[in-house]
Design a protein around this ligand. Structure first.
Ligand code: TUI
Length: 307
């Protein structure tokens, strides 16, 4: 499992953590990095200065590399992009858009740039613009998603680009990692399983919803206005779907979800809050440390791949 990714990122195992909004803060990022993966601070909708503080706090907890995810729909994306350079971060992933306008600045600062893509077209474009790798994220993922499944997206992206491909969406154990490698990936990005890690600051109600989830318990809202988001079914997704069917505007629907992810993550409101999680939630059954998760997954994947 000695691919190009661990060397590129200066990490031990080919596992990177998803840049999950509100969830991917300094405790989780530091724990994943300490365990030999790449931990990330999720910029989400946070102002640049908040991200700067998170980076500094993570660096106090680990000397290993940590990355930052820039959520490109954020009104603060320009500021976060600069903070990353100023704080000497060496790996950036991006989500929910096209990071072209930042590539020159990041490359000049020696940062490894890894855009998350949901299509072959964007993967090829990112390679042309100097991306060091891409995360090919299938719609099994939690949060903002594309249309392709991981099974179909990863091999098509791997065929289309020469840079390493990191698979994401639906991966939560060593079988998923081995399968991703069979599809041509050289690493995986994992989100939902790390949400229930011991180091994750997510409210216990949120963790318990993931631990108790069944295979069919997630739903996708927001398709009608072009921003599909996967989360666990609850009062919130039912209300959202009803309003979507009534043809409510993007603005009215956004008003409904404003702050609801925060309420679920920090306050434990899993009824009216947004409980973003991937389809693999149904397989995730216990809280463990990030180290236990990573070692268990690597051992299982290694056996399956005969390495
Ligand atoms: O970004 C994510 N996942 C996220 S972001 C997020 S915060 C949010 N909340 C509500 C609404 C919108 C965002 C929660 N989860 N994953 C990476 C990802 N990127 N998935 C899909 C994409 C993507 C989709 C279309 C990337 C690029 C793209 O097209 C860009 C273009 O210009 O072609």
């Amino acid at each position: 499992m000695n691919t190009r990714i661990p060397q590129l990122l200066g990490i031990e195992y080919p596992i990177i953590q998803g840049g999950m909004a509100w969830v991917a803060e300094h405790h989780l990022a530091a724990a994943v990095s300490e365990a030999g993966g790449l931990g990330l601070i999720g910029g989400a909708n946070a102002p640049g200065e908040v991200v700067r503080e998170e980076i500094r706090k993570a660096k106090k907890l680990t000397n290993k590399p940590i990355g930052v995810n820039v959520m490109l729909l954020s009104p603060h994306a320009d500021d976060v992009a600069k903070v990353i350079v100023e704080e000497g971060i060496k790996v950036v992933t991006t989500g929910a858009g096209n990071p072209e306008k930042y590539m020159e600045m990041w490359k000049a600062a020696g940062i490894k740039v890894i855009p998350v893509v949901a299509s072959v077209a964007l993967a090829k474009r990112m390679e042309r613009y100097g991306a060091d790798a891409v995360v090919a994220e299938g719609c099994e993922s939690g949060g903002h998603i594309g249309e392709q499944t991981t099974m179909t997206l990863v091999p098509q992206v791997a065929d289309a680009v020469s840079i390493p491909v990191i698979a994401a969406g639906g991966i939560g154990d060593g079988r998923g990692i081995a399968a991703a490698f069979m599809l041509g990936a050289e690493a995986v990005q994992i989100g939902t399983r790390f949400v229930v890690s011991k180091e994750s600051i997510v409210h216990d109600n949120y963790k318990q919803r993931i631990i108790k989830a069944k295979d069919i318990d997630s739903a996708v809202t927001g398709r009608s206005h072009g921003h599909p988001v996967r989360s666990l079914r609850n009062q919130m997704t039912r209300e959202y779907t009803k309003l979507e069917e009534e043809g409510k505007s993007f603005e009215e629907l956004e008003y409904l979800t404003l702050g609801t992810l925060r309420n679920a993550v920090l306050e434990g409101d899993v009824i009216n809050g947004t409980v973003m999680a991937g389809q693999i939630a149904g397989m995730i059954s216990k809280e463990q440390t990030c180290k236990e998760m990573i070692e268990e997954m690597m051992e299982q994947a290694g056996k399956l791949l005969g390495r």
